[in-house]
Design a protein around this ligand. Structure first.
Ligand SMILES: Cc1cc2nc3c(=O)[nH]c(=O)nc-3n(C[C@H](O)[C@H](O)[C@H](O)COP(=O)(O)OP(=O)(O)OC[C@H]3O[C@@H](n4cnc5c(N)ncnc54)[C@H](O)[C@@H]3O)c2cc1C
Length: 308
């Protein structure tokens, strides 16, 4: 069994898969590991309509094609393995996985992306999967002809609210601020949808129910008053956290939000350690930006390996 590679990529979302394609195509030996299944956040979305050259595709289709492309060039992809030990300093890097296997490499690319934020209020844990969801594609279908709420005011919230009107009879968006934090076209599409209404400067402060969610307590943030509202489901789209928990005790530089800090070549503060995608300190997080980062990280890692 091969245990030494030119590069190990941690995370098989669009950033990691792109890095895998570029490096393997350049004949580098590459191991790509993921704690789940390849595709990352893309597999949570029913439609990607802004990836240049592809008018419309599902996230799953796009990611699966990227995976096949990487494997065609020789990239070894391992799914459902958790990195338990990580040695990033020195010329030879190493990782030990949850299945006990240890692999070494000359370079490492960190591409572990991010995850949905939770609201963190009473009842949220209790009703997760029983009325509260973080994925419209996965759970929208359960709310056929039901009334639901969407929490958030960014692009994801507005776009997913529109997509949820395929199922729900009514979608109410609840947002803490008095303005949207989304692209104009996303706001226009949301406002044009007759099934959607919204409540601004308000937030959910409690989820209530029995077997499943049936009521939320809403705080009007203008006057701090609260009221209850019957609801069949709530979808939460309030941003993300970088998946960098496994780096918190490592020497990799993270910012205050625990995002990875890189230079323009996607190099971290450690020699031979690169990073790409949504796990980075950056403003815009899209498939296109993730694949761009993945490309740069791969080319920088190849350059590093050739110089060694
Ligand atoms: C609901 C939703 C809809 C979206 N719609 C669009 C859209 O229409 N267009 C668009 O351009 N973008 C969209 N995005 C954003 C886009 O999906 C992300 O920007 C993109 O997937 C980021 O890619 P990434 O590879 O950096 O990270 P991710 O996609 O997050 O992938 C990271 C991968 O790393 C793995 N991982 C995490 N931690 C570890 C670990 N410790 N060890 C091993 N593996 C690990 C994860 O399992 C995951 O597979 C959407 C996102 C969401 C949530």
């Amino acid at each position: 069994m091969q245990t030494h590679y030119d590069a190990i990529i941690i995370g098989a979302g669009p950033a990691g898969l792109t890095a895998g394609i570029y490096m393997s195509r350049s004949k580098a030996g590459v191991l790509l590991v993921d704690s789940g299944i390849p595709g990352g956040q893309t597999i949570l979305t029913h439609e990607i309509a802004n990836y240049p050259g592809i008018e419309s595709t599902s996230g799953y289709m796009l990611a699966n094609t990227m995976k096949k492309q990487a494997e065609k060039f020789g990239c070894v992809v391992k799914s459902n393995v958790i990195v338990q030990k990580l040695e990033l300093q020195g010329e030879t890097k190493s990782i030990t996985l949850s299945n006990g296997e240890t692999y070494t490499s000359k370079a490492i690319i960190l591409a572990t992306g991010g995850r949905s934020k939770t609201i963190g209020v009473q009842g949220e844990d209790q009703f997760k999967g029983r009325g509260i969801s973080y994925c419209a594609t996965c759970d929208g279908d359960f709310f056929q002809d039901r009334e639901i709420m969407v929490v958030g005011g960014g692009n994801s919230a507005l776009e997913e609210a529109v997509s949820l009107t395929k199922y729900a009879s009514k979608v109410t968006i609840i947002h803490m601020l008095d303005h949207w934090q989304a692209f104009e076209h996303a706001v226009e599409e949301m406002e044009a949808n007759p099934k959607i209404d919204y409540i601004l400067q308000s937030r959910i402060v409690e989820f209530r129910g029995e077997e499943s969610l049936n009521e939320v307590v809403i705080e009007n943030m203008k006057d701090n008053s609260t009221y209850t509202r019957k609801i069949d489901g709530v979808f939460v789209f309030i941003g993300y956290e970088a998946n960098t928990d496994f780096l918190h005790q490592s020497p990799v530089e993270l910012n205050a939000r625990k995002e990875i800090v890189v230079n323009a070549d996607m190099q971290t503060n450690l020699e031979g350690v690169f990073a790409a995608g949504d796990a980075l300190q950056k403003k815009y997080r899209q498939v296109t930006t993730a694949v761009a980062d993945g490309t740069i990280a791969a080319l920088s890692a190849l350059d590093y390996i050739h110089r060694k």
